[in-house]
Design a protein around this ligand. Structure first.
Ligand code: GDP
Ligand code: MG
Length: 598
């Protein structure tokens, strides 16, 4: 392809502002699919993505418009996948900034647009959903200028839903986004933008060629991982697969090279010609590390092998998630898994339950702590270790210092919710850094310990603000903190799945809340059950579950037989999903529910 005819762009938007709808509309208009093939939201091709309305894996589509090749790069829409977003943006020269004409600019719009600006993108504002009665395109245009500082005088007014402004958007892409630059005669340099496992093709790699070209039969070297592979297919998605003889400078497309696991194909790696390699890899490579860890255990111990197989299969397609075997006194055999964030955790957990039909117990999610141990005899200096599991917490006497990860969060909200949101951040040990107002909105910047955010911060934020607050964060490094391990004892036995690392200042209220919730979640038994939260040997909170009355069905005042049967069935159902702790049965739901902070 003539490089001057290429346009590479992505779409940036806050969730629900219409990115996927617009992408589908662009595909439809440029004839990539016949009308009857347009299933809703072609780019979001996994079921869970569809249901949750988010894009997890970046995808790309090659469009043709008036003699030009337009490569549309879709980007994941959640903070957990920030690195993938950054690589996708690095593969483009421009972006469509989609803003909902009724909602206006939101936190994620801002975070994404700043990244786009950092990548020197030409940005075309698109004010979407102008068909809505509540649309205020002129207000949003002014907001884009005031809040983002972007010239929006030639923003395109559009409705992805009703097909308004689509041709204008395509024309603007051709006219305003610069074509890529690259040297066709230099040694191959291509960026690995994304990779995924396809059951028919094996590992598929999405690349953006910078210099040189990539073709079938070529030996390519992955400069970061150091491996060499034979390219056996080259092509593009239109959105259906189309094989091509090669991809030249500026082009975006895919290759396959008989690779078995996505772990061998790291996002951000540089592909070069094995025989005539480039001198240096492309800048910006980063190895993504899981930040949130938890244990996954089968409810039924007999499912362990099935869990192992299922997890291994998922891992084939997701190099950012990690797992290793773990044994717990109470839960038996399971896996300690690492995730990019809580959404990532939920996605994996949900896929295991749904696609592989597994009943799972998830232990308290934990961030990675760093600790410095005191010197033991013969050591010049105390060891430094990383802690992924509260169960592995060393004896407090051996710990010189514990550090926890911190984030900087930007929260954007209508200002009527400011009070309660400030309180939430304050309760979570936050440090306020900035507060500004734009129109009727407040933009709040806070530093927060990641540990206080991973459980339910996002849910709380959404419920406090009735969905109007938006949230975005980045990690800012480790800081020392007064952290302790809080254990939970049920009937005087420790339940390791519920132990967690907490800040000393919040331990007591956290412990009390946990005991209160467990009191409601654990059914009564024939005997009294004490529930305690403890730090070391010291009990900091306690509750007691009273012994059960003899007959549960006695509650059903007399004669209603069907109601009685229902209750008994419910008990039976409940029994299946319980774990035994010594002589106490704890329902599966209790584990997750107990971890939600009140
Ligand atoms: P994304 O999260 O940015 O990918 O947003 P989607 O494309 O999934 O759209 C979110 C919701 O907004 C869906 O219910 C769409 O049908 C709807 N939507 C998208 N574009 C328009 C539009 O132009 N007008 C109206 N009224 N609704 C739209
Ligand atoms: Mg979407």
């Amino acid at each position: 392809t003539d490089i001057t005819k290429i346009r590479n762009f992505s779409i940036i938007a806050h969730i629900d502002h219409g990115k996927s709808t617009l992408a589908d509309r662009l595909i439809q208009r440029t004839g990539g699919l016949a009308d009857r093939e347009m299933s809703e939201q072609v780019l979001d091709n996994m079921d869970i993505e569809k249901e949750r309305g988010i894009t997890i894996k970046a995808q790309t589509v090659r469009l043709e418009w008036k003699g030009h090749v337009l490569n549309l790069m879709d980007t994941p829409g959640h903070v957990d996948f920030a690195y993938e977003v950054s690589r996708s943006l690095a593969a483009c020269e421009g972006a469509l900034l989609v803003v909902d004409a009724a909602q206006g600019v939101e936190a994620q719009t801002l975070a994404n647009v700043y990244q786009s600006i950092e990548h020197d993108h030409e940005i075309i504002p698109v004010i979407n959903k102008i068909d809505l009665p509540s649309a205020e395109p002129e207000k949003v245009r002014a907001e884009i200028e005031d809040v983002i500082g972007l010239d929006a005088s030639n923003a395109v007014l559009a409705s992805a839903k009703s097909g308004i402004g689509i041709d204008e958007i395509l024309d603007a892409i051709v006219a305003r986004i610069p074509s890529p630059r690259g040297d066709p005669n230099a040694p191959l340099k291509a960026m690995l933008v994304d990779s995924w496992y396809d059951p028919y093709l094996g590992v598929v790699i999405l690349v953006r060629v910078i210099d040189g070209s990539i073709r079938k039969g070529q030996q390519v070297k992955f400069m970061q991982t150091g491996t060499t592979h034979l390219v056996d297919r080259v092509g593009a998605f239109r959105p259906k697969i189309e094989q091509l003889p090669d991809l030249g400078p500026g082009e975006i497309g895919f290759i396959t090279a008989q690779i078995k696991e996505v772990a061998q194909a790291r996002v951000g790696d540089t592909l070069t010609d094995a025989k005539k390699p480039a001198a240096e890899p492309l800048p910006g490579f980063k190895e993504v590390q899981p930040v949130v860890f938890c244990g996954l255990f089968p409810v039924d111990a007999a499912d362990f092998e099935k869990l192992r197989e299922s997890i291994s299969k998922l891992r084939l397609n997701d190099a950012s998630f990690s797992f290793e075997m773990e044994t717990s006194a109470a839960l038996g055999f399971g896996f300690r898994c690492g995730f990019l964030g809580l959404l990532h955790l939920e996605i994996i957990q949900e896929r295991l339950m749904r696609e592989y039909d597994l009943d799972l117990i998830t232990t308290a999610p934990s961030v990675v702590y760093k600790m410095k141990l005191t010197k033991s005899a013969g050591e010049a200096e105390g060891k430094e270790i990383e802690l992924h599991n509260p169960a592995d917490m060393p004896d407090p006497n051996r710990i010189e210092e514990i550090q926890e990860p911190w984030i900087q969060a930007v929260i954007y909200m209508p200002d009527e919710y400011l009070g309660p949101i400030l309180k939430l951040c304050q309760d979570r040990r936050g440090i306020q850094k900035n507060l500004t107002y734009v129109g009727g909105r407040a933009q709040l910047t806070y530093e927060l310990p990641l540990n206080e955010v991973v459980f339910d911060f996002y849910d709380r934020l959404k419920s406090i603000s009735r969905g109007y607050a938006s949230f975005d964060y980045e990690q800012i490094g480790y800081r020392a903190g007064d952290l302790v391990k809080m254990g939970i004892l049920v009937n005087n036995e420790p339940v390791d799945a519920l132990s967690m690392i907490v800040h000393r200042s919040t331990a007591e209220s956290r412990g009390r809340g946990m005991c209160e919730r467990l009191k409601d979640l654990i059914p009564r038994h024939l005997f009294k059950i004490p529930i305690q939260a403890a730090i070391g040997g010291k009990v900091i909170a306690r509750e007691t579950i009273a012994a059960m009355r003899k007959d549960v069905t006695a509650k059903c005042y007399g004669g209603d037989a069907s109601r009685k049967r229902k209750l008994l069935d419910k008990q039976k159902e409940g029994k299946k999903r319980m774990r035994e702790y010594g002589s106490v049965q704890i329902p599966q739901e209790a584990f997750i529910a107990a971890l939600r902070m009140g």
